[in-house]
Design a protein around this ligand. Structure first.
Ligand code: AP5
Ligand code: MG
Length: 218
């Protein structure tokens, strides 16, 4: 098994970044850090950060970098990140990627892989309407593909699972636009650094994971 691996998950909303990041985190024993989950946790707890982030998330827009970057840098500076981590949903634009690069460069560190989970827009809309997320732990289900054992209840923690506010079709369309405009350029950014790896995200999630493990274990 590879050690101290630092991974970025790229991909459109609903491509399966979270699904794959969770499996990577479990297999390679590294923390799964999702900025989206951090924001949703704060929304649920009614924090100031949560209230501010919600304004943008509900519209399918990115939360401003001033709010996002510090949270992420503080998180990766924590002790449990010493031996690697998998970032899910960060960076989301070139400035975020540059801030991360610079911060890592200062401690003579770097990202090892940017894994792009590639799924065309047509597949995305269908997936999102079926997705349900746990309001407590963020675990993700799909009404058809991965139903919970008990309807409406999270297998992992027993809390309620719901349709995310930003998974309504109109907001999904906006999130896809924002993805193409602001996040997709990161594919070229990491390609130029030689660390981009692409996996087909339309196949069964176990096969997607096998392709990712191949990359990480190579
Ligand atoms: P975030 O939470 O990151 O959402 P996202 O990028 O839009 O991606 P999703 O979580 O919707 O999808 P996913 O790729 O994780 O897919 P999943 O595994 O769930 O961000 C939400 C919002 O927060 C943003 O819009 C923004 O406002 C804000 N934000 C977050 N980070 C930010 C940042 N850095 N800067 C600024 N703002 C930020 O899978 C989707 C569904 O498909 C599930 O139901 C799953 O079960 C199913 N599925 C997965 N894989 C497969 C497969 N292979 N086959 C069939 N079904 C599958
Ligand atoms: Mg996610």
């Amino acid at each position: 098994m590879r050690e101290k691996v630092k991974i970025i998950m790229l991909g459109a909303p609903g491509a399966g970044k979270g699904t794959q990041a969770k499996m990577i985190s479990e297999k390679y024993n590294i923390p799964h850090i999702s900025t989206g989950d951090i924001f949703r946790f704060n929304i649920k707890n009614g924090t100031e950060l949560g209230m501010e982030a919600k304004k943008y998330m509900d519209q399918g827009l990115l939360v401003p970098d001033e709010l996002t970057v510090k949270i992420l840098l503080d998180r990766v500076a924590k002790d449990d990140c010493k031996d690697g981590y998998v970032l899910d949903g960060f960076p989301r634009n070139i400035p975020q990627a540059e801030v991360l690069d610079n911060a890592l460069g200062e401690i003579d560190d770097k990202i090892d892989f940017a894994i792009d989970v590639d799924v065309p827009d047509e597949n995305i809309i269908k997936r999102m309407s079926g997705r349900r997320a746990c309001i407590n732990c963020g675990a993700t289900y799909h009404m058809e593909n991965i139903p919970p054992k008990k309807e409406g209840i999270c297998d992992d923690c027993g809390a309620e699972i719901v349709l995310r506010d930003d998974d309504r079709p109109k907001t999904v369309g906006k999130r896809l636009d924002v993805y193409h405009e602001q996040t997709q350029p990161l594919i070229d950014f990491y390609q130029a650094k030689g660390i981009l790896r692409t996996v087909d995200g339309t196949i069964d999630m176990k096969d997607v994971f096998a392709a990712i493990c191949d990359i990480l274990d190579r």
